[in-house]
Design a protein around this ligand. Structure first.
Ligand SMILES: *Cc1c(COP(=O)(O)O)cnc(C)c1O
Length: 414
């Protein structure tokens, strides 16, 4: 579904107008749709209906408790990368036994806590981490369920900052090193080998790289079985792309079809770790034009959201559609849509054709993933509010940060 719909000239999310949301909760403000989130999750359920599968939502894409609790109630598991994310999952009603723990630098404390809570699996990313987890599990008198994150060395053909499955990546274990590491793990007393995983990158629109990765992973699974190391699950990671601009986005069913063909008839449980594709198109960033500035080369629409609220344009030069909430019957002009932060990289969009006045509202689309989750307090800006629309109701699911919260943990010298 499209997240927004124009009714009598004004953009709505479900049955709520963005003008009303701005009035009630202020700007900048993230707005999510319960319906869009649910539909995105259900698309995975349908695509995977014939498989013994667990959808582990990648929490880092959007970790708001309302989003997590919605997915938990729909039956999701979770892919986490920190103890903080594990705490959020549990606070939102998620189950530890459906949690997989990824990340290259899990700390001693994070491992202890996750072991005590009996998570489903640690996705191990190095030999040193294997030894660390074995030792910690030994101290606790437990066995740690583990999988290795293998780098199948396929090029996902996406932005280099979100490409993670190449040999040169800091993530995962080189394909050639996986077999010896599995053998070593099988001999460790406090390790229980349960799976294998890979995650080759993000914003992938062509299923070919992930299909090739799945083939390479399956070849390893079969080699391992030949040595008596039987795996219970195969985790193919996340990475499916979404709509930002004009890209041809396959449906989840279309994207997964060639991958599921490769997996046909396998007995292992299938795990996937989608992040962006569950939340990205289900959220927007609502912002108000503060100042219109006519520069010599461009016009600037200076808005009240900035790179600290939505970092993707500054970080990846990412495109987000920017749409006027209420239409004006005027000719649009080319605008640089920028925030108030003191950086030239602080922009939300270049050369956007908009007819706006000061005080007008803009919706920055496709901002549900890696938006609020990557926000910061740079320039001592309080973080935005978050609102979840459910039918005709808008729920505040995170209050706007207050200025005093910004330095609440700080102190002056005595
Ligand atoms: C970030 C991440 C994901 C989610 O990626 P998306 O592109 O948002 O689907 C899944 N698994 C791992 C290990 C990740 O680091």
């Amino acid at each position: 579904m499209a997240l927004v719909e124009r009714r009598t000239g004004t953009l709505h999310v479900e049955a709520v107008s963005l003008t009303d949301i701005a009035e009630q909760f202020g700007t900048p403000c993230y707005v999510y749709s319960r319906k869009a989130l649910t539909e995105a999750y259900n698309a995975y359920c349908e695509a995977l209906a014939k498989h013994n599968a667990l959808i582990c939502y990648a929490v880092k894409a959007n970790s708001n408790l309302a989003v997590l609790s919605l997915f938990a109630r729909l039956g999701a598991g979770f892919d986490i990368v920190s103890g903080g994310e594990l705490a959020r999952v549990l606070a939102a009603g998620g189950e530890a036994k459906k949690v997989v723990f990824s990340g290259v630098g899990k700390s001693h404390g994070e491992i202890v806590n996750a072991l005590r809570l009996s998570i489903k699996c640690f996705n191990i990313e190095s030999a040193a981490e294997l030894d660390r987890i074995n030792a910690v599990a030994g101290d606790l008198g437990l066995k740690a369920p583990i999988s290795f994150r293998v780098n199948p060395n396929v090029d996902p053909k996406t932005h280099p900052y979100i490409s993670t499955g190449l040999k040169t990546s800091k993530f995962g274990i080189a394909y050639e090193e996986a077999l010896p590491l599995y053998r070593r793990a099988a001999a460790l007393p406090h390790i229980h080998i349960t799976g294998i995983d890979c995650h080759i990158g993000s914003q992938l629109l062509d299923p070919a790289p992930a299909t090739e990765a799945a083939q390479k992973v399956l070849a390893l699974v079969d080699t391992l079985a030949g040595e008596g190391i039987e795996l219970e699950h195969i985790d193919l990671g996340g990475g499916m792309g979404i709509h930002y601009r004009d890209e041809a986005v396959p449906s989840v069913t279309e994207y997964l079809a060639p991958i599921l063909r490769v997996l046909h008839g396998r007995k292992e449980q299938l795990l996937v770790e989608p992040g962006r594709s569950l939340v990205g198109n289900a959220g927007l960033l609502l912002t108000r034009v503060e100042i219109l500035k006519h520069g010599s080369a461009h016009d600037f629409a200076i808005v009240d959201a900035a790179m600290n609220d939505l970092m993707r344009p500054a970080l990846y030069d990412a495109w987000h559609d920017i749409v006027a909430v209420s239409e004006r019957n005027e000719l649009p002009r080319s605008c640089e849509v920028v925030g108030p932060v003191c950086e030239s990289g602080d922009f939300l969009g270049h050369e956007r054709m908009l007819a706006v006045h000061e005080g007008d509202l803009l919706a920055v689309m496709s901002a549900g993933a890696y938006g609020m989750a990557m926000s910061s307090n740079y320039n001592s800006r309080p973080r935005a509010a978050e609102v979840m629309v459910d039918g005709a109701q808008a729920h505040l699911v995170r209050k706007r940060e207050e200025i005093t919260q910004l330095f609440a943990g700080e102190s002056t010298l005595p």
